[in-house]
Design a protein around this ligand. Sequence first.
Ligand SMILES: NC(=O)C1=CN([C@@H]2O[C@H](COP(=O)(O)OP(=O)(O)OC[C@H]3O[C@@H](n4cnc5c(N)ncnc54)[C@H](OP(=O)(O)O)[C@@H]3O)[C@@H](O)[C@H]2O)C=CC1
Ligand SMILES: CC(=O)N[C@@H](CCC(=O)OP(=O)(O)O)C(=O)O
Length: 380
Amino acid sequence: MDILSRNLSFCTRILKFYARICIIIEDEGGDHMRIAICGATGYSGIEAIRLLAPRTDVTIVGISSETQAGLMLEEAVPGFRGFAVGRLRLLPLRAAVTEAEIVILALPHGEAQHVAPELLAQGKSVIDLSGDHRLPRDAYESWYKAEVASDAHADAIYGLTEWNRAAIANASLVANPGCYATCAELALLPLLERDVAESSQILIDAKSGVSGAGKKPTAVTHYVEADENFFAYKLGRHQHTPEIEMTLREARRRQTGLDKPVNVLLATHLLPIKRGILCTAYIKLKEEMSGEALHEIVSARYEGEPFVDVLPYGVSPQLKWVSGTNRVSIGVYLDPRTQTAVVLSALDNLIKGAAGQAIQNLNVMTGANEQEGLWFVPAV
Ligand SMILES: NC(=O)C1=CN([C@@H]2O[C@H](COP(=O)(O)OP(=O)(O)OC[C@H]3O[C@@H](n4cnc5c(N)ncnc54)[C@H](OP(=O)(O)O)[C@@H]3O)[C@@H](O)[C@H]2O)C=CC1
Ligand SMILES: CC(=O)N[C@@H](CCC(=O)OP(=O)(O)O)C(=O)O
């Protein structure tokens, strides 16, 4: 080989090496969203990691746990064994968020409100899965039986994506809706927005799988109590009642200018299954209409919505059709004798009811494709 070829070969190797370094730098930072997940060992935190880990536009820069800080994720949650993300170390919350530009808070009620103001002051965006920022002070204190610790809730944007997309796009603090609330609101929004239904007495019969109660078993949710059992709980005092009433009231006000209270009776039940919520809402119509006309109102409202599936008239949704997905499946029926609309909705409480909707909101906030990382069909 002459001296020219040797020099050329050397230069080529240098250039290739430089190109590889550039790719590595790009992969490790570049345009990636830097996300921290707090409450990473809880059910919705785990789900958020599961959904975000495969994404090439996201880097998970921190994960937190209260009691298991110091362990690797795969030690605390063995399902992550063998995956790169499983080698992330769980840290105390403040250490976990240092590098993040966006923080997903999957913490118990009452904790997020102590952390969010500090994160916002550091210029980070926050998506809070808990109920801490969804309600005004009085409603929160009376329904959650807890004190409000900051005024951050006043600036929070309610994260029901299909209803509040424009505001979410500019938000720095998103209050992700409750799981029952998401399910009931998406079922009822079209009727309230069109003001075709009586709003003084909406009955919502809702059932949830046990993961809705979080990871820590209680006397009601542990296996022996929940398995092969079925019962109502928190009758007349479920914390999602004011959330649903406020959202539906505001939805109607935005569309029609009519500002009148909406009254909801929410009956929640515990299903002996792991995940899924089925809501059946009964609402009297103001004027006579056909089932087809009612169905058209609901279908038209969700036309083009990637995560809302309005079933053909009279077909009822099933949990199996949404489990493991970010979808809400909606069924419509009109009882002609009583002019009562029956709107059924089904979702996966940990995905569309929690982590999936949080990521849908993250996509909206960051200008990513809204469906990124969220498009899958249920496992059989
Ligand atoms: N489960 C669901 O279907 C839904 C839940 N939500 C809401 O999302 C939030 C999380 O719910 P879920 O995942 O079910 O909860 P889990 O109880 O399963 O998990 C809670 C997580 O928070 C951590 N944690 C507990 N206490 C503290 C604390 N004092 N400070 C910091 N971290 C703490 C736990 O860490 P560790 O135990 O490792 O110490 C764990 O990682 C809740 O507010 C819930 O209401 C909203 C919609 C649906
Ligand atoms: C089965 C079960 O217990 N579910 C929980 C709902 C949790 C949730 O989604 O809502 P929050 O974020 O408002 O807690 C409950 O009924 O309180």
